[in-house]
Ligand binder design. Sequence first.
Ligand code: AN7
Length: 350
Amino acid sequence: MPLAPSLIERYAAHLPITARTPRITLGEGGTPLLRARWLERETAIDEVWLKVEGQNPTGSFKDRGMVVAVAKAVEEGARAVLCASTGNTAASAAAYAARAGLACTVVLPAGQVALGKLAQAIVFGAKVVAVRGSFDAALAVVRDLAASGEATLVNSVNPHRIEGQKTAAFEVCEALGDAPDALFIPVGNAGNITAYWKGFVEAAAAGLSRSRPKLYGFQAEGAAPIVRGAPVEEPRTVATAIRIGNPASWRSAVRARDESGGAIEAVGDDEILAAYRDLARREGVFCEPASAASVAGLRKRAAAGGARGPRRVVCVLTGNGLKDPDSARAAAGGLVEVEATAEAVLAATR
Ligand code: AN7
């Protein structure tokens, strides 16, 4: 049977969808779940799977939540949507607003957004404003604007975003025939770990799985407020997508951690970049640095705990590596340029 054409239609029974909700879609959801043999060997875990969310239409998991948030905004009569973003939310909001015929404003931390994401927001026709400050400052600004009725806020504080994003947990259960033992996921503003937990709880209740996984969330060491138990004034990490010092969904992330029996821990930029490179070279999957935090976290836990523990795990790869060409360039080093002769090329590849 062919898949229903849109995430909203496939999961309507589990989403806040009414007869009046427009069935907008850009082909979101239904992303691959890939077996990761190299990671299985390294970690001595029986099954390691990668949920490749970079295959969504704008290249990140944000599309699952954004399609629902934008459809509900249209249903409720909105003319415009608004968000703060480290980049991916902006790209997704801009695309779905264009699709639905809404205006879109995105507020970004100046100088801290990967080039591809900035390009997406601009090309999709959003009004793009960079502010001097962090993502957290940008979020405070758009919360103010939304409160004064400027536009509908489509950050993950909008509950429709969480509803849409929880569908990834359903897909994992459908693909495996049950929930995994553990799920590894990057944490920034903490909406996604919140959404996965809601999804796994509902999947178990709906009979899509017999169990619920432990959730392991990973922040970057220089941007790890939940791990440290206090907001980080000036968050720093190469993983710009998760350069967030005061996550909006902090409390629900802690709840997901505790109810599932998991943990939220920090990984260093060096560990993130090593996972980023190895995923590309050994598994053929090009994700962005923030996404590799999930795999960095799995490797770190496996190295510390040996082979005991979960037998089947899923790592969420939240965004596509193509979004961040500067990180790729930095990881690759310099390009070799030679004369256009077979000898010169052969010599350069030796
Ligand atoms: C690739 O786009 O916060 O913990 O403004 O882009 O749900 O915030 C992005 C976050 C992980 C963290 N991986 O997810 C934004 C934004 C990637 C991301 C996260 C983000 P949350």
